[in-house]
Design a protein. Structure first.
Lengths: 236, 354
């Protein structure tokens, strides 16, 4: 556990030693701000719903940018060899890396709090759905980051990791938009698999344990597969 | 009986159909500095990756500090400090932060961590660069950071994959001194191409070729296998000529063969003598006889040195020999031996200077 946190801390700090953290966070905040205030003044509604609709789309592109280097770069430069020969389990590497990038995402989320805060100053904001929405954002973002980490574990090339990660995130986000073309049984499965389906209820202020469990399962499964992928070097 | 720190039995590693390593067994005792020699792709790095538990062997096993690399890999890893090939480090980190991270990963914290950091910073002379990011450092300094992280938990075993490669001669000597220092109290395995390095640093050599272990011996014994020691004599050419010198030296009973060449520019005659059977070129008797013969004839002796059969020769013989291609490598090694001799003449020069 100690080692996991050490890895997480190093990873978190590494983001701020390089440009990645600043670029991703600033871009996300700028885009979000533009869309958010547009709708705010257009419709004159004191709500954070618009933000909850846009942030997942931004994260489809942003999450893989945060995660693409996590394992791909370590494999390319060979630093993974030092890390994986420390007396720690491979799972500590995966979980540590995930917590590190989750920390960066949490910083980004914390900065977006300025938007609902401003709204609350201007109008009468209902904080309930905002809080559940943020929990939803954290879970959904976490699932996207876990998928990105998984993609990063498959390759040594960051660009490949980015596009595979972005495709996975996009796939999970859009999967329920196709259900119109599908037989009912398959459609409900696809709907259930979709990020958006589980996120929307949280954005409306409802916390359903099934939604929480869904996101935690996606995270767990992705990290488990990434662990397998990292471990596979031993027998390849 | 010495305590075995590393004991490998029948280690094999297969990538698909091809064997990178085939049935390699060896042991390394406490306090030994073991050199791992072999051409590129021979399996040195693979062996190291198996011992450090980065990869699992296809067959065979090894015990590191008493821990099996398969069933107790965490125990084995805890006993090892590892410097992988080409020193992969987090280039964006500051040296100080990196060492702290390495220490924490080894379970150090608080005061012991600070103490350990201070110790390795001194051992690797990193005091001047602590605040720099690793990416800014020269290759030599990077190598030292790599060594420092490998030493931070005072491991009983150090595994260094080509610690000297890519360094200029000054840096190489510095790193070599650090390694020799470490080797006094720890077990060290290092791989290298540099044979001179092995002779200076290592107490024992493993030569590996095409995934198989082909030699396991001390550098001196291996060198002895390269054949006898020759003598090189230099005489001022004033008052004599090549033929006269040749007949003079050939008359010595201890010499079997004499080859004289004239260096007109330097005004020297140079003779290479092969000791006769039963006479040892390494002993001083042979050299004394040469001196007496030359000075007795009224000539001026200006150089007398031993040309040793080199580790290079053994290395080539062992690693190039294959049942199907016995002619080609031989032709090659014949020309290479010439080079090897000049290298050795130079190094024995150094020895004389000291």
């Amino acid at each position: 556990m100690q080692h996991t946190l050490t890895i997480a801390r190093r990873q978190f700090r590494a983001y701020f030693d390089g440009p990645v953290a600043y670029i991703v966070v600033c871009t996300a905040l700028l885009i979000l701000g533009a869309f958010f205030w547009n709708t705010f003044f257009l419709f004159g509604r004191a709500t954070a719903r618009e933000m909850f609709n846009f942030l997942p789309i931004i994260m489809i592109l942003g999450a893989p940018a945060m995660t693409m280097n996590l394992l791909a770069e370590e494999k390319r430069t060979g630093t993974i060899e030092l890390l994986a020969t420390m007396p720690i389990r491979d799972s500590a590497i995966i979980v540590g890396k995930f917590l590190g990038v989750l920390g960066l995402y949490a910083v980004m989320l914390a900065l977006t709090l300025t938007y609902p805060y401003s709204v609350a100053r201007l109008g009468d904001l209902d904080w309930g759905p905002v809080i559940t929405g943020y929990l939803g954002l954290l879970l959904q973002g976490g699932a996207m980051l876990a998928l990105g980490l998984l993609a990063s574990s498959w390759t040594q090339n960051q660009i490949v990791a980015y596009f595979v990660g972005a495709s996975l995130c996009f796939g999970f986000w859009i999967i329920d938009r196709f259900i119109v073309f599908m037989p009912a049984g398959v459609a409900s499965v696809f709907e259930w698999l979709s990020f958006d389906y589980h996120f929307q209820s949280m954005a409306r202020g409802v916390i359903d344990t099934r939604d929480v469990i869904y996101f935690l399962s996606v995270i767990g499964l992705s990290l488990g597969l990434a662990f397998r992928s990292l471990e596979s070097r031993r027998w390849s | 009986m010495h305590e075995a720190m590393i004991e490998a039995t029948g280690l094999s590693k297969r990538y698909g159909e091809a064997y990178a390593l085939r049935d390699v067994s060896f042991r390394v005792n406490k306090g030994e500095v073991l050199g791992f020699l072999g051409p590129n792709g021979a399996g040195k790095t693979t062996t190291m990756k198996l011992l450090t538990c980065f990869m699992a062997p296809s067959a065979g096993t090894a015990r590191v500090n008493g821990c099996d690399i398969g069933s107790d890999s965490l125990g084995a890893r805890a006993a090892i400090g590892y410097l992988p090939e080409s020193t992969p480090l987090y280039t964006e980190m500051l040296v100080n932060d990196y060492l702290e991270f390495a220490g924490q990963m080894r379970g150090l914290k608080g005061h012991p961590l600070v103490k350990a950091m201070r110790r390795v910073i001194e051992q690797a002379s990193l005091g001047d660069v602590l605040g720099k990011s690793i990416g800014q450092l020269s290759k030599g300094y990077r190598q030292r950071v790599g060594l420092a992280q490998a030493l931070i938990h005072e491991p009983p075993i150090l595994i260094l994959d080509e610690p000297m490669s890519g360094l200029d001669p000054n840096q190489a000597v510095e790193i070599r001194d650090v390694i020799r220092d470490i080797g006094k109290e720890r077990t060290v395995i290092l791989s290298t191409h540099n044979l001179a390095e092995v002779q200076v640093t290592c107490g024992r050599v493993l030569i590996i070729a095409k995934g198989r272990l082909v030699a396991d011996d001390t550098p001196d014994t291996l060198q002895a296998r390269a054949g006898q020691v020759l003598l090189e004599v230099e005489v001022l050419s004033e008052g004599t000529n090549a033929t006269a010198l040749e007949s003079l030296l050939a008359s010595l009973p201890s010499m079997r063969q004499v080859q004289v060449s004239a260096d007109k520019e330097a005004g020297l005659l140079r003779a290479v003598l092969t000791p006769a059977a039963g006479h040892d070129g390494a002993g001083h008797a042979a050299r004394a006889a040469v001196f007496r013969a030359v000075s007795g004839a009224g000539l001026t002796l200006v150089g007398l040195r031993q040309l040793q059969g080199s580790l290079e020769q053994v290395f080539r013989e062992l690693t190039l020999s294959g049942p199907q291609s016995s002619t080609a490598p031989k032709a090659q090694s014949a020309t290479d031996i010439g080079e090897a001799e000049t290298i050795d003449a130079a190094s024995s020069d150094d020895a004389e200077d000291r």
